[in-house]
Design a binder for this molecule. Structure first.
Ligand SMILES: [Zn+2]
Length: 215
């Protein structure tokens, strides 16, 4: 089976799915194996698995059904982040989206932090697939009938646009953008290390007071 259909295997046998976080009769929630942000999960609905997002989420009832899993996965992303990193984030920093031309065949929704600075983000296409309207935001469904993103040709052009990050245009220089993303990642990760070191230090102090002999 080609990698394009890898989720079909997980739907058939969820226990075989690496990074499985949650499962019920309607969805799987898993860790993205190639995370593009520091926390990046996927919701894989069991229903409508062969439909494109544009097609599947035409149906308001289906949207309503999946909404509670979007909320749940967003909470999971937030709590994973706060357990891992000191840098504060809020719900506004969560991206919930589907790619307009998904690279994997089975229907899935990305739920992730908006840092886009994971080491796995390796090229212009990776970046633009989340940073441009190529990513259809969850709140945009159902797409209007005249939305250009019903056309795969239009969507693929969006991947070729300039690289824009925090209002700065990096044109086609993925190398320069990646340097900026590395700086951002280092700041977030170093912050965590400092916090962990402090916790360790205060833990040691506490242990010392506990073990020091009574005067
Ligand atoms: Zn995807």
């Amino acid at each position: 089976m080609s990698f394009r259909y890898v989720f079909a295997k997980y739907l058939k046998d969820p226990q075989s799915c690496p990074g499985l976080l949650f499962e019920d009769e309607n969805v799987l929630i898993i860790e993205d194996m190639y995370p593009k942000s520091l926390v990046h999960y996927l919701i894989i609905p069991k229903e409508n698995t062969s439909k494109t997002p544009q097609e599947a989420f035409k149906d308001e009832q289906f949207i309503a059904k999946i909404q509670k899993y979007v909320d749940k996965a967003s909470e999971m992303v937030l709590s994973k982040w706060s357990a891992s990193y000191e840098t504060p984030i809020s719900k506004q920093n969560i991206i919930v989206c589907c790619h307009s031309v998904p690279s994997l065949a089975n229907l899935h929704i990305h739920v992730m932090t908006d840092d886009l600075c994971s080491n796995r983000l390796k090229n212009k296409k990776h970046y633009n697939s989340f940073a441009t309207p190529f990513a259809i935001k969850w709140t945009e469904f159902p797409l209007a009938a005249d939305d250009p993103r019903h056309s795969p040709e239009h969507c693929n052009l969006l991947l070729k646009g300039d690289l824009i990050h925090n209002g700065i245009n990096y044109r086609s220089s993925f190398r320069r953008l990646r340097q900026e993303l590395d700086r951002k990642r280092d700041t977030i990760v170093t912050n965590r290390k400092r916090r962990a070191a402090q916790d360790e230090e205060s833990g040691r102090k506490k242990a010392n007071t506990l073990t020091s002999p009574p005067h």
